[in-house]
Design a protein around this ligand. Structure first.
Ligand code: SAM
Length: 247
C-alpha cells in the first residue's frame, strides 16, 4: 500500500509533508527514539563529531536546516565554544514551537539559538553568512533537492562546510531484508500506536525508499558546486553522513 506521494504535484507534496510534521510535532522526539531504537542519537552525535565545532570562543555560525525540534543545533551548542551560534530554519512552525520549548527548558538563550521559518529551497538569508550548514533527516522531505543544495552553497561562506545526515541505502546483505521487514510493517504500526497515525509513517518509509543512494546523492552535492565530497555509512548504510566544502 503506497501513500501515493509519487502521484501528487510538487506543491501538494510539500503540503502533505508539512501536515505530517505539524501532526507529529509533540511526539516527534519520542517516535525517533522508539523507531530507531535510540540509534538516531548515536548518528546525530557522529554528525557533530564530523562537524568538529571550534571549542575556542571564536565566532562560528551554524545554520541547521530542517532543524525541527533542535536536536542538531543543541548538540552543536553543547559541543562548541562560547562564540558559537546556531540558526534553525524549518518550514514547520509546530516543530519549531516544540524546539523553542525544549531550548528554554534547557536554558539555551536566544542569543545563541534562533528559529527562522523558511523553506530549504529558498532560504530567507543573505549569501555567504554561515560557517557550516547541517541538515539531518530533512533533505529527503524537500521537493527539489538540487534547489536545496544550491541554497546551501549560497548561504555558506567560502571555506566552510556542508554536512547532511540522512537515511540511505542499506548495503549489508541480510540487514537489508531485516530492515525492509521492519520499516514496511513495524514503523507504520508503531506510528499508529504512539501517534495514532499510520499514514504519516508510511510516508516516512516511502520517502526513504525514494531518496537517491549514497553515490547518486554525492554526485548531486558535487553538481551544486561543493568540493571534496565524501560520505560515510552509519549502521550498515541505514543512514549516511555526506559532506562537502564550499571552497
Ligand atoms: N533535523 C531534525 C532531527 O534530525 O531530529 C528534524 C528532522 S524531521 C524528520 C524533518 C524536518 O524537515 C521537519 O521538521 C520538517 O518540518 C522539515 N521540513 C520538511 N520540508 C522542509 C522544507 N522544504 N524546508 C525546510 N524544512 C523542511
Amino acid at each position: 500500500t503506497s501513500f501515493g506521494f509519487a502521484r501528487v504535484s510538487q506543491n501538494a507534496r510539500q503540503g502533505l509533508v508539512n501536515e505530517v510534521f505539524s501532526k507529529v510535532a509533540s511526539r516527534y522526539d519520542l517516535m525517533n527514539d522508539l523507531m530507531s531504537g535510540g540509534l538516531h542519537r548515536l548518528w546525530k552525535a557522529d554528525l557533530i563529531t564530523a562537524l568538529a565545532p571550534p571549542e575556542s570562543g571564536a565566532p562560528f555560525a551554524l545554520i541547521d536546516v530542517a532543524g525541527g525540534t533542535g536536536d542538531i543545533a543543541t548538540r552543536f551548542l553543547d559541543a562548541a565554544g562560547s562564540g558559537a551560534t546556531a540558526t534553525i530554519c524549518d518550514i514547520s512552525k509546530e516543530m519549531m514551537d516544540e524546539g523553542r520549548k525544549r531550548a528554554e527548558a534547557r536554558g539555551i538563550g536566544r542569543d545563541r539559538l534562533t528559529f527562522v521559518q523558511g523553506n530549504a529551497e529558498d532560504l530567507p538569508f543573505e549569501a555567504g553568512q554561515f560557517d557550516a550548514y547541517t541538515i539531518a533527516f530533512g533533505i529527503r522531505n524537500v521537493t527539489r533537492i538540487d534547489a536545496a543544495l544550491a541554497e546551501a552553497y549560497r548561504v555558506l561562506k567560502p571555506g566552510s562546510r556542508f554536512l547532511c545526515l540522512e537515511f540511505s541505502n542499506v548495503e549489508m546483505p541480510l540487514l537489508d531484508r531485516l530492515y525492509d521487514a521492519y520499516s514496511f510493517n513495524a514503523i507504520p504500526a508503531l506510528g499508529h500506536l504512539v501517534a495514532g497515525d499510520a499514514q504519516s509513517y508510511r510516508y516516512l518509509v516511502e520517502s526513504i525508499r525514494r531518496f537517491p543512494d549514497q553515490e547518486r546523492f554525492a554526485q548531486m552535492i558535487k553538481d551544486a558546486g561543493f568540493e571534496r565530497v565524501r560520505y560515510r555509512n552509519l549502521t550498515g548504510g541505514i543512514a549516511a553522513i555526506h559532506s562537502g566544502w564550499r571552497l
